[in-house]
Design a protein around this ligand. Structure first.
Ligand SMILES: Cc1cc2nc3c(=O)[nH]c(=O)nc-3n(C[C@H](O)[C@H](O)[C@H](O)COP(=O)(O)OP(=O)(O)OC[C@H]3O[C@@H](n4cnc5c(N)ncnc54)[C@H](O)[C@@H]3O)c2cc1C
Length: 407
């Protein structure tokens, strides 16, 4: 069988490349050994946000009386939360499968291997492709002294399938996945402890963001052990480098993901290439690969679904030399809408030099949407003065960006 393009892996990188190539008129075969949609749709972005939505609703309902809504006897049916998540994932996956079919992509449900000379082997068949793209993603990372046993020490895949909530959980690692699950479990009243090797939570974030998240964690009674590592786990006891011994009901090991590249792969995109492991980065790489539309890798947003959301782009304060930048800062409590929403925690911080925006760091409800406005400005070299000319609607969180620029 001959195709213009063979793609291995049907996550966001692979399926985006497939759609774009078909739109260009190429014949495309797409191989997937597990489920179409990849980690993003089946084990990552989508299922976690479905569970997060239930967690946020429950959290809000707990203080609904303050907002004039009385609801007694609220409780969590976690099996139902998970069932809803599964339904959403299934619906979206079916829709993606149908779209691929309608677009004329030939999807082969099998593990594929790249052979020499543009050949792919799968399902005991050989597919000849003028070009091959591999987009084989990444897998949860564990360590020699810290292995997933899938019963007590869970991966981010395992945790999605719990049918009941534990009484307590220890989360190892405070990156995006660790913080998101800390937020979810703490909303569901699980006792959460986080262990982080670095000095601060969210080590890749701006230092003020990390410190703010630590404060929020403290307020939510999420216990943290910073500058600490897990030395060993034995008999359901977790031994930390500080000498502390913890006995949680479950452990979530959230210490990053290992790229899963294929041998003989000439062109690799998405998580497998070991750069930025985010779905939107994978999608942009696929578009660049197939259509040649380049993008600025410095302007990729980072979003963490904490409480509230956290988002950033560009330089962090600790990356910049003192005296070489201006810092504009606005507390979210200065925005009227935040009080209406009962969500006035956080800040917007914009770092600039002579009007050029260097970076922005936001802890706020809707931070995921707000950061996009800054990225559009940065991408188009709009200065802080240009942004001051923009009319932002009231009352919104967006006007916080406007207000911030005058600080
Ligand atoms: C818990 C969690 C939450 C996340 N939340 C977010 C988020 O909110 N926002 C965000 O941007 N990112 C998030 N991510 C990251 C995001 O899921 C990944 O960056 C994204 O899925 C990468 O896409 P990809 O196409 O490169 O790889 P993947 O989605 O991993 O897809 C790769 C596919 O290749 C298949 N494959 C591998 N080898 C073969 C082979 N030999 N033959 C056939 N098929 C093969 C795999 O089965 C897989 O389906 C999250 C990840 C996790 C784990």
């Amino acid at each position: 069988m001959n195709f213009n393009l063979g793609i291995i892996g049907a996550g966001p990188a692979g399926y985006t490349a497939a759609f774009q190539a078909r739109a260009k008129g190429m014949s495309v075969v797409l191989f997937e050994k597990d489920k179409v949609g990849g980690v993003c749709l089946n084990k990552g972005c989508i299922p976690t946000k479905a569970i997060l939505h239930s967690a946020e609703l429950y959290d809000e309902m707990k203080c609904s009386a303050d907002l004039g809504i009385n609801c007694s006897d609220i409780s969590v049916d976690y099996a139902k939360v998970v069932e809803r998540k599964d339904k959403i994932v299934e619906k979206l996956r079916k829709s993606l499968e149908l779209s691929l079919k309608n677009a004329g992509v030939v999807t082969v449900n099998a593990e594929a291997k790249v052979l020499d000379n543009g050949k792919i082997a799968a399902n005991s068949e050989i597919y000849e492709c003028e070009k091959i793209i591999t987009a084989t993603g990444s897998v949860p990372r564990d360590f020699e002294n810290l292995r997933f046993d899938h019963e007590f020490v869970l991966s981010s895949d395992d945790i999605l399938n719990l049918k009941t909530l534990p009484k307590s959980i220890l989360i190892i690692g405070s990156g995006a996945i660790g913080v998101e699950w800390a937020r979810i479990f703490s909303a569901f009243d699980v006792a959460v402890t986080v262990v982080e090797l670095a000095e601060h939570i969210l080590p890749l974030a701006d230092i003020e963001v990390s410190k703010r998240v630590e404060r929020i964690f403290k307020a939510k009674k999420i216990k943290t052990y910073l500058s600490n590592s897990v030395e060993k786990i034995e008999d359901k006891k977790v031994y930390l480098s500080s000498g502390d011994v913890l006995e949680p009901e479950l452990v979530l090991l959230a210490t990053g993901r290992k790229p899963n590249p294929l041998d003989n792969a000439l062109s690799c995109i998405g998580d497998a290439c070991g750069k930025i492991q985010l779905a939107h980065f994978a999608i942009k790489q696929a578009v660049a690969e197939v259509l040649g539309i380049e993008f600025n890798e410095e302007l990729v947003p980072s979003v963490v679904y904490g409480c509230p959301e956290i988002a950033w782009v560009g330089k962090r304060e600790q990356d910049l030399e003192e005296g070489t930048y201006k810092k504009s800062n606005l507390l979210i409590s200065a925005i009227g809408k935040s009080h209406c929403d009962n969500c006035s925690e956080g800040f917007i911080k914009i770092l600039s030099h002579n009007g050029k925006i260097l970076g922005a760091h936001i802890v706020s409800k809707e931070a995921s949407a707000l950061i996009q406005q800054i990225i559009i400005a940065m991408q188009n070299n709009l200065s802080t003065d240009d942004l001051k000319k923009v009319c932002f609607a009231h009352p919104t969180y967006s006007e916080g960006i406007f207000e911030c620029l005058f600080r």
